[in-house]
Design a protein around this ligand. Structure first.
Ligand code: KG4
Ligand code: ZN
Length: 341
């Protein structure tokens, strides 16, 4: 089955073709980052308008890459939610209309399920059951995964998501948007041990996270440096390093606790923040020490992309899932409500 995947939940138009027998055939991405940079974050209305312009040319591009015609597509998977309503509407309307015109089924995919299953696109893919850490711009969740659609939420952030904290701290350091990769790069020049930031919620039981206090702590540190008369590039790098270490340390601490509590051995990380090098290295070492292993997707499939939507949609379509013709995006959507396949 050849599935066209359409991702338009935020600021990236991601399109891909996935074949249930041959694997990924083609994928293309248009990132709107440059357009949103001057505003310091995503402007929803601009995002929707840009998706309208990008999606059809990208579909033509992946078809050409794969040497296929529209008539070769067997089904369409589009991101149904969660995300920005206007942006979701674009992918849903195009996906649904195209499926109707071609006389093929279409299915709306949960964006976080897409992220969660992205490591399945790699060699040495994860095997059920496993523990998943979902870390994106909008979510920080620990999930027990027993199969596709069999998700048990074990813990999540009670305030900011990890990616959101990266973005806000990047803005404090005047690094621009999106912050994750920029903080990471700057942290490489940081002085080890100059600042020690707290590891939020690690002194309490449970598997929830909180990153808002860490953000305030960072803001106060920056303010103190400025009051002392200077905040130069080295200070910025030192703060970036301390912040990244604190986020990564906290995530690793909670993942280890979750592995021990569930008895699971395999840890999967997914979502934009899972592209973070320090996080990968630290979690890999931790998982090994616990007698387990770590799995993740290539960096471009950690952040938003069409391949993960095509893959997740394909699994649901193969299991016989089908939807009515209505276009009904869900900007807020709990992953535990999904049907098991
Ligand atoms: O999954 P994603 O592309 O979009 C959402 O579904 O939210 O995640 C985007 C988030 C942003 O907050 C971005 O700063 C963060 O992922 N991110 C990173 C890195 N690459 C992207 N955070 C830390 N380190 C990175 N290398
Ligand atoms: Zn995402």
């Amino acid at each position: 089955m050849k599935v066209l995947g359409i991702e338009t939940s935020c600021d990236e138009s991601g399109i891909a073709l996935y074949d249930s027998e041959k694997g990924l055939l083609a994928d293309a991405l248009y990132s709107q980052i440059e357009m949103h940079t001057e505003y310091g974050g995503v402007v929803p209305e601009l995002a929707s308008r840009d998706h309208i312009q990008r999606v059809l040319p990208l579909i033509n591009q992946v078809l050409e890459q794969a040497g296929l015609q529209r008539s070769d597509i067997d089904a369409i998977a589009y991101t149904k939610g969660p995300g920005l309503i206007g942006a979701l509407m674009v992918g849903a309307s195009i996906g649904r209309s195209m499926a109707w015109a071609l006389g093929i089924p279409a299915v709306g995919v949960h964006h976080m399920e897409g992220h969660l299953l992205a490591p399945m696109l790699e060699d040495n893919s994860p095997e059920f059951p496993f523990l998943a850490l979902l870390v994106s711009g909008g979510h920080t969740q620990l999930v027990r995964v027993d199969g596709i659609g069999q998700y048990q939420l074990l813990g999540e952030s009670i305030d900011d998501a990890a990616g959101e904290a990266f973005d806000k701290v990047a803005s404090m350091l005047e690094l621009g948007y999106p912050g994750g990769p920029k903080i990471s790069m700057l942290a490489e020049k940081g002085t080890e041990g100059r600042f020690k930031f707290p590891r939020p919620m690690c002194d309490r039981p449970g598997l929830d996270f909180s990153f808002s206090g860490l953000k305030t702590f960072t803001l106060n540190t920056v303010a103190k440096c400025r009051e002392a008369g200077q905040f130069d590039d080295q200070d910025r790098a030192d703060v970036a390093l301390a912040f990244e270490e604190a986020v990564v340390g906290t995530l690793a601490f909670k993942c280890r606790r979750a592995l021990r509590e569930t008895g699971l051995k395999q840890l999967v990380i997914a979502g934009g923040v899972s592209a973070n090098k320090r996080l990968r290295v630290q979690l890999e070492a931790m998982a090994k020490k616990e007698g387990g292993s770590l799995r993740y997707a290539r960096p471009e499939f950690c952040t938003d992309n069409g391949a993960m939507i095509a893959y997740a949609g394909c699994q649901r379509l193969l299991a016989g899932e089908a939807e009515e013709l209505t276009v009904a995006p869900q900007p807020r959507w709990n992953m535990e409500e999904l049907a098991a396949v």
